[in-house]
Design a protein around this ligand. Structure first.
Ligand code: 3PG
Length: 211
């Protein structure tokens, strides 16, 4: 299940979640260390590449202070493998009946994805009070999240998809946003560890909750 309190506790002060797709496993620990150095203590490793699961395992060992999440979970088998590899939360871009059943049983917070009011209501009915809103910008972004908040204020969202460092602040200003996610920390075009640490410093300074 996914309630606000357990997810907030897990995130601590972090309110911006770097969503990272590793092309090679060897990038995982340097990126994790650069994020931690900048003050960001959470990462969502997507399972879109074969490197994803091993990246989680290495981060668990080498960056034990980092809150590890696994993203792009499409099947129960991926969810189980991700938890076994060290993921403490799971993220899916959407949801299926199978994933809903699995998420109810698995015992770690899982943000299933929704974009429309009917999808949000469906997940809410099953007890998922924290949902991924994806793809945030193409799906209407701030205006849609505000409208959903006016009718279902008890559901919190983590929007991702097209969110930049500068837009993140506006999303976090909405009362129904628990966190934002994005690949802006580690762009797919290539890894520059100094840029990763600097993006983390900026997020820690301007987006994270106060101590
Ligand atoms: C995700 O998996 O949440 C998205 O790929 C992140 O979206 P972005 O690359 O547009 O930030």
């Amino acid at each position: 299940m996914t309630d606000h309190a357990s997810f907030s506790t897990l995130l601590g002060r972090n309110r911006a979640i770097p969503v990272v797709t590793f092309a090679t496993v060897d990038d995982a620990v340097p990126v994790g260390r650069a994020l931690l150095e900048g003050g960001v203590g959470v990462i969502e490793v997507t399972l879109r590449t074969p490197a994803g699961l091993e990246a989680l395992r290495r981060l668990k060992t080498e960056c034990p202070d980092m809150v590890l999440g696994a993203g792009t979970i499409l099947t129960p088998a991926q969810a189980e493998a991700a938890v076994a590899a060290g993921a403490r939360f799971l993220v899916s871009p959407g949801h299926t009946a199978t994933l809903v059943d699995c998420a109810k049983a698995i015992g770690v917070p899982w943000m299933l994805g929704a974009t429309t009011l009917s999808e949000v209501m469906h997940l809410r009915k099953h007890g998922f009070m924290v949902q991924k809103f994806f793809p945030a910008e193409p799906a209407g972004g701030l205006a849609v999240l505000k409208a959903i908040g006016s009718v279902l204020p008890d559901v919190r969202f983590c929007p991702t998809g097209g969110i930049s460092a500068s837009k993140a602040k506006d999303y976090l200003a909405l009362s129904n946003i628990i966190a934002v996610g994005g690949s802006w920390f580690v762009p797919s075009s290539g890894i520059d560890l100094q840029a990763v640490a600097e993006a983390a410093r900026q997020a820690a300074a301007s987006l994270n909750s106060a101590a």
